[in-house]
Design a protein around this ligand. Structure first.
Ligand code: HEM
Length: 123
């Protein structure tokens, strides 16, 4: 699970940096919220979680780890697609998708935090 998350995070890194590169080149900063969340929740957070799951297998084996994996990987793309649509088309029709994605992602991250606090122990 850890390695899978690190690979997924590398894809987010490429997308996040590509958006940043586009914004710098075009002097169009409208996509900053998408860029920031893809880089921070997609790249950095998932890489760190992946390293933790790989280093401490007990975290990856627990139910809360699996819940985090799925909620983070379902919620974040929904949130980013919705936010992209809202920003690019200046249309708030997909705000409920942003809210749903953000809620699912947040629940996943709360599950990750619960897992770390409950199961991570000094050996
Ligand atoms: C080649 C890589 C990158 C490029 C070209 C780039 C470009 C940009 C640009 C053009 C902005 C908008 C600045 C503005 O609104 O004035 C921005 C904002 C931001 N970027 Fe990046 N970025 C890159 C990588 C990253 C990475 C790796 C992260 C985090 C892991 C990151 C985090 C942020 C944050 C937090 C902001 C918001 C800053 C603010 O509004 O105060 N960026 N970036």
């Amino acid at each position: 699970m850890g390695i899978t998350l690190i690979k997924i995070s590398a894809v987010y890194f490429a997308i996040g940096v590509a958006i940043g590169y586009y914004m710098s080149s075009a002097h169009d900063y409208a996509l900053t919220p998408v860029h920031v969340h893809i880089n921070l929740l997609g790249w950095t957070a998932l890489t760190l979680a992946g390293i933790l799951y790989h280093t401490f297998p007990i975290l990856a084996k627990s139910l809360s780890g699996k819940i985090h994996f799925w909620l983070h990987n379902i919620g974040l793309p929904l949130m980013m697609l919705g936010l992209f649509f809202v920003v690019v088309f200046e249309n708030e029709a997909l705000l409920p998708l942003v809210a749903t994605g953000a809620t699912v992602t947040s629940l996943g991250i709360f599950s990750f935090v619960f897992n770390v606090l409950k199961n991570l122990k000094a050996s």
